[in-house]
Design a binder for this molecule. Structure first.
Ligand code: GLN
Length: 486
């Protein structure tokens, strides 16, 4: 690993990469090759990629280089090497969602987000490791083995988009796509010391995303700076006729927003997010970030989100209910794995699902089926939907008084591999600061804001109003500008 760690590939920004390609100083093909070299050198240890798409990447890179040579217009991501979480479909490329049940599955179409990235000139290097069907907070639920945190190899990168965060942190791609259902972009971004953006529900198309919980699933970018993430979001955002839940709300000039500054903005600090259980170093880092925002001209206000304590149980009822329904399509008939032991139709269903799904996925299918069952629907699922409305109202009311909210992303920094695998409840509690925003549908992001004494990255969460990514990104850029990254 040592000889490549200091190469500039590791830290090149999206703007630098694109400018190099557009101005002819760098070829997109050479940039892709350099990244593949680094992947070959570094990723056997990190294990962030599940598949490389070299043929497709080189064809795209050559197309971009030819366009530059010919003087044709090129897109906002011309030549930028990216990675795609393996829950998003890429036509003809094995797409597993981190599950054995989709081993060898080659989807016949591209996810809209993949199509948009490539239309803007991005070069897709490959598919990134993740927790099985995006269920998890440590990437240890992947059927293909865990990912290591590039900042501390004995630690988890977070999950479920662990590969997407680790690949960007390790300099294996300039930006990546992840998905966030209950924290899976923000938490791994915090653990790996990169920027992760959760767009408002409906802002980015879910067409081609293998569903976990459809009312919560969202696609968003990882990058090494807020500006880079903003450029990615600008490309990804917008309505899609293939996703009826995608919104027609106007898309902003997000990269330009990051340069606007934050003077006069009102920042809310929710008391419920700073109680018992929050690690002292994380608390101190966030307080320092708040001091910085105050110095930059923001006013800081206490706000209350009184239903916060119900967020984790509400999330685990709704997410598992939707998962149990979504995952019923994996039956050995249409996609991926079919059990050898399939003497009867019933045996084929049963054995395929038994062999194909991992323990955490089975646990959630059981839980989700239970909360939807006739006798318990009212007590659990309906109740959870009611609480979801209250959690959403908490945010809407808070945003009447403030422009953005600042909070922790996680109660602790990255934990050790294996530390929580025996205790699913402990693992679920990881999501304590992330799931409320998921249930409410608002936008959020994680920005690096310091390190623990052990050198582990700390992230701060910035939450914004529905469809107000612009203000959220301004605050994120201001926090980043405070220079507390190291
Ligand atoms: N950790 C949460 C879970 O396991 C969130 C996952 C996600 O956002 N995909 O459900």
């Amino acid at each position: 690993m040592a000889d490549v760690v200091h190469s500039s590939i590791e830290t090149i920004s999206l703007a630098e990469a694109r400018a190099g390609v557009v101005e002819g100083r760098l070829s997109a093909a050479a940039l892709a090759e350099e990244h593949y070299k680094r992947i070959a050198a570094v990723d056997p240890e990190i294990h962030s990629f599940l598949a490389l798409t070299r043929g497709r990447a080189m064809a795209q890179a050559e197309k971009v280089d030819a366009a530059v040579k010919a003087g044709d217009a090129v897109g906002a991501l011309a030549g930028v090497p990216v990675g795609i979480k393996d829950v998003l479909t890429v036509k003809g490329v094995v797409t597993t969602a981190g599950s054995k049940i989709l081993e060898g599955y080659r989807p016949p179409y591209d996810a809209t987000v993949v199509r948009k990235l490539e239309a803007a000139g991005a070069v897709v290097l490959g598919k990134l490791n993740c927790d099985e069907f995006a269920m998890g907070s440590s990437n240890e639920n992947s059927a293909y083995g865990p990912v290591k945190n590039p900042r501390a190899l004995d630690r988890v990168p977070g999950g479920s988009s662990g590969g997407s965060a680790a690949a960007v942190a390790a300099g294996l791609c300039v930006a990546s796509l992840g998905t966030d259902t209950g924290g899976s972009i923000r938490q791994p971004a915090a653990f790996c010391g990169v920027v992760g953006v959760l767009p408002t529900y409906g802002r980015v198309s879910r067409y081609g995303l293998i569903a976990f919980a459809s009312s919560l699933d969202r696609v968003g970018p990882f990058a090494r700076s807020v500006e880079d993430a903003a450029v990615m979001l600008e490309v990804l955002a917008g309505p899609d006729e293939m996703d009826a839940t995608s919104s027609h709300a106007a898309v902003g000039g997000y990269a330009a927003e990051t340069k606007k500054g934050v003077e006069g903005l009102r920042i809310g600090v929710p008391e419920e997010y700073f109680g018992e259980g929050l690690n002292a170093e994380i608390r101190a880092a966030i307080e320092k970030a708040l001091d910085g925002l105050r110095a930059a001209g923001c006013s800081i206000h206490k706000v209350s989100l009184p239903h916060t304590k119900y967020a984790v149980p509400t999330y685990y009822v709704i997410a598992t209910a939707e998962a149990s329904s979504n995952l019923s399509r994996f039956d050995g008939v249409r996609f991926g794995l079919r059990s050898e032991d399939a003497g009867t139709l019933a045996a084929m269903f049963r054995n395929t699902r038994d062999e194909g799904f991992g323990a955490e996925v089975k646990r959630r299918i059981l839980l989700g089926t239970y909360v939807l069952s006739a006798g318990y629907y009212d007590a659990y699922y309906r109740k959870a939907q009611q609480v979801r409305a209250l959690l959403t109202r908490d945010f809407v009311q808070a945003f009447e008084k403030v422009d953005a909210i600042v909070a922790p992303v996680t109660p602790t920094a990255a934990f050790k591999l294996g530390e929580k695998t025996d205790d699913p409840l402990q693992m679920y509690l990881e999501d304590i600061y992330s799931v409320a925003a998921s249930l409410a549908g608002i936008c959020g992001m994680s920005v690096p804001c310091g390190k623990t004494a052990d050198g582990l990255p700390i992230g701060v969460q910035v939450l914004g109003k529905h469809f107000d990514e612009a203000t959220m990104l301004r605050v994120g850029a201001a926090v980043e500008g405070l220079g507390n990254r190291d």
